[in-house]
Write a protein that binds this ligand. Structure first.
Ligand code: ATP
Length: 582
């Protein structure tokens, strides 16, 4: 939990000031029964009105000071806990951004969201509670004990007998319920995951009529969450009454022995009232400590879960270089040198995806990549962007290992249009400018024209100002793809990767985009991944990937002769006259 130190350092002054006001408030609470005892024994018993007035006013003044302290402490506690939670969420977000794709895959999106929201809120609630009641409880508890001993040391023995039993019960509560609160948070991850899966695949769920199945899945996870939460709370509510019972035994014992004391004249009624008052304050303090412990147990589980993310070191790093620090010899060239890659997910064995990938691309060349489903095409593209690092071998960009580029340099040089177009809520122009926020309106329109998006954008109700819903829900698949291409082009990259980026557009549009790309961007190195032969057959060279290995590489006509896979795909996809180029 070392990551919490920085927040302690930042907010300790305000935190300690809140605790100071809390202590004054506790002191005001502790003085009340003693004053009351004086009023009863010296004012009421001797009908001394002026004594009652003086001490009554003093009690009012102390109550007023207590109230002012409570208000100040409340304001401070809200400020500190809100700002602390805001900082923690922000830092956690930045940490998640710094993790490699492998590390994010290992955690999973749902649990990261729960940690960023629900877990942070739990820690915030605890921090707020500390400044409001948790610190007050021990102060009032210990203060009550001291005042009670001062009032009557023999009756205090009862308090001293009751206190260790209660401490033991609180400890047992903490020990038993802690594992359940961890399980509750874990179950919450599952509920979030099933909701996330449903929302991201809502159309597929509906098309396949799987709503009932998804509902059942959600229901199952929700029931587990409900069961675990109930068990955790039941454990807490079992210990609460036990503690109550123990304290009430103590109160009865005090009244019993106090009654005997008043009868034989060794004690005053006012003192007994004050003693039971301190006993009740002690009861309140103990209940608060018990609540504080159950909050602590929950917060501890959440703090550990946040710590699992905060304390992890990113397993991929980028050098911190300025663009001018590196001399690039062959802009736009790309080389894969005997690259091997496998996915690892936690303790699971590694899943080999790419083996001995060795090829080079010249500046300005267009390379088509084709291969069966799951042959590793997208993974190969992801390696160029360093979403993952190879297990063996190296990837060279402009003659330099990509590991030598800063993240900013690499992302500037290589742009990708991913397989699944992802747009953001905002206008069309904002979405295209996402690729380069400094691009002028003319540059945006130019990129849209090359991506064959300009015509359909102008037909939208507000043209380039038309709003796009979250994820681009109000656009067709082909429209989303074309905007994604425009967004990548506006970066003016040296290497453009199109990962099945025209799968949702018709053959004519596909051809138009390819022709425009070729004409508009001279010298742009292009890697086109596609399942459609028509999309890549005009490429300068084509790489055939099969089961993670390069089956063949060459021009369309050469591959017809030397790659069985390529020949079969051409036979299936192209009409006889189309098979030979030109
Ligand atoms: N994040 C991941 N974690 C573990 N395995 C993965 C991950 N991403 C992909 N894979 C696996 O790697 C293999 C190659 O996937 P990849 O997406 O590169 O194939 P592809 O050739 O692009 O497929 P497609 O043509 O269907 O898009 C597949 O077996 C896939 O299950």
């Amino acid at each position: 939990m070392s990551y919490l130190h920085i927040y302690w350092k930042k907010y300790r002054f305000k935190f300690l000031t809140a605790i100071f006001f809390l202590s004054l408030e506790a002191l005001a609470d502790l003085l009340q029964p003693a004053l009351m005892s004086k009023i009863v024994d010296q004012g009421v018993a001797h009908s001394n009105l002026s004594f009652i007035e003086r001490y009554g006013l003093l009690m009012l003044l102390i109550t007023l000071i207590g109230a002012i302290c409570a208000c100040t402490r409340n304001i401070l506690s809200v400020i500190v806990s809100q700002k602390f939670a805001q900082d923690l969420r922000q830092d956690l977000y930045i940490k998640i951004q710094s993790l490699s794709q492998t590390q994010i895959d290992r955690f999973g999106n749902a649990t990261l969201i729960t940690r960023l929201t629900n877990d942070v809120t739990r820690v915030q609630t605890f921090a707020n509670g500390m400044m409001r009641i948790m610190m007050k409880a021990p102060l009032v508890g210990i203060g009550s004990l001291i005042m009670a001993v001062h009032l009557n040391s023999r009756l205090s023995l009862i308090l001293l007998g009751v206190a260790p039993i209660i401490a033991l019960l609180i400890f047992a509560n903490m020990k038993v319920s802690y594992p359940y609160f961890r399980k509750v948070q874990h179950a919450l991850d599952h509920v979030n995951r099933s909701m996330q899966d449903y929302l991201s695949g809502i159309r597929v769920v509906k098309v396949f009529n799987r709503s009932a199945y998804e509902q059942e899945r959600f229901n199952k996870n929700n029931q587990i969450l409900g069961r675990l939460s109930a068990t955790a709370s039941q454990i807490g509510s079992l210990f609460g009454p036990l503690i109550n019972l123990t304290v009430n035994f103590g109160v009865i014992a005090i009244l019993w022995f106090g009654g005997i004391g008043v009868n034989n004249g060794s004690m005053h009624v006012g003192a007994i009232i004050a003693f039971t008052n301190y006993m009740m304050q002690l009861l309140f303090a103990i209940m608060m400590v018990n609540n504080a412990f159950s909050m602590l147990v929950r917060a501890r589980a959440s703090t550990e879960r946040i710590g699992e993310v905060m304390n992890i070191e990113p397993d991929m790093s980028f050098p911190n270089l300025q663009s001018s620090d590196m001399v690039i010899d062959h802009m736009g060239s790309l080389q894969f040198e005997h690259v091997d890659f496998s996915f690892s997910s936690g303790n699971e064995h590694r899943r080999h995806v790419l083996t001995d990938i060795h090829f080079s691309v010249l500046p300005g060349e267009t390379i088509g990549i084709i291969g069966p489903i799951a042959s590793g095409k997208s993974t190969l593209a992801n390696l160029i962007l360093r979403f993952y690092d190879p297990d063996q071998g190296a990837i060279l960009l402009g003659g330099k290992n990509i590991k030598k580029y800063s993240e900013e340099q690499l992302r500037k040089k290589v742009a990708i249009v991913p397989q699944h177009s992802l747009l953001f809520s905002g206008s069309v122009i904002e979405n295209i400018r996402w690729g380069n926020e400094n691009a002028s309106d003319e540059e945006v329109i130019e990129a849209a024209k090359i991506a064959d998006a300009d015509t359909f954008v102008r037909k939208l109700p507000h043209g380039y100002g038309a709003m796009i819903g979250q994820g681009g829900v109000n656009l067709s698949g082909g429209q989303k793809q074309r905007l994604s291409i425009a967004r990548a082009l506006i970066r003016k990259p040296e290497i453009l990767i199109l990962d099945d980026a025209t799968s949702a557009v018709d053959a004519q549009t596909d051809k138009r985009i390819r022709n425009r790309l070729k004409q508009a961007i001279q010298g742009l190195t292009c890697i086109m991944i596609s399942q459609k032969v028509s999309s890549i057959m005009d490429a300068d060279r084509i790489l055939v990937l099969n089961q993670g290995r390069i089956e063949a590489m060459g021009k369309h006509d050469e591959l017809l002769a030397k790659s069985p896979f390529y020949r079969t795909v051409c036979d299936l996809q192209l009409a006889k006259g189309e098979r030979s180029r030109g």
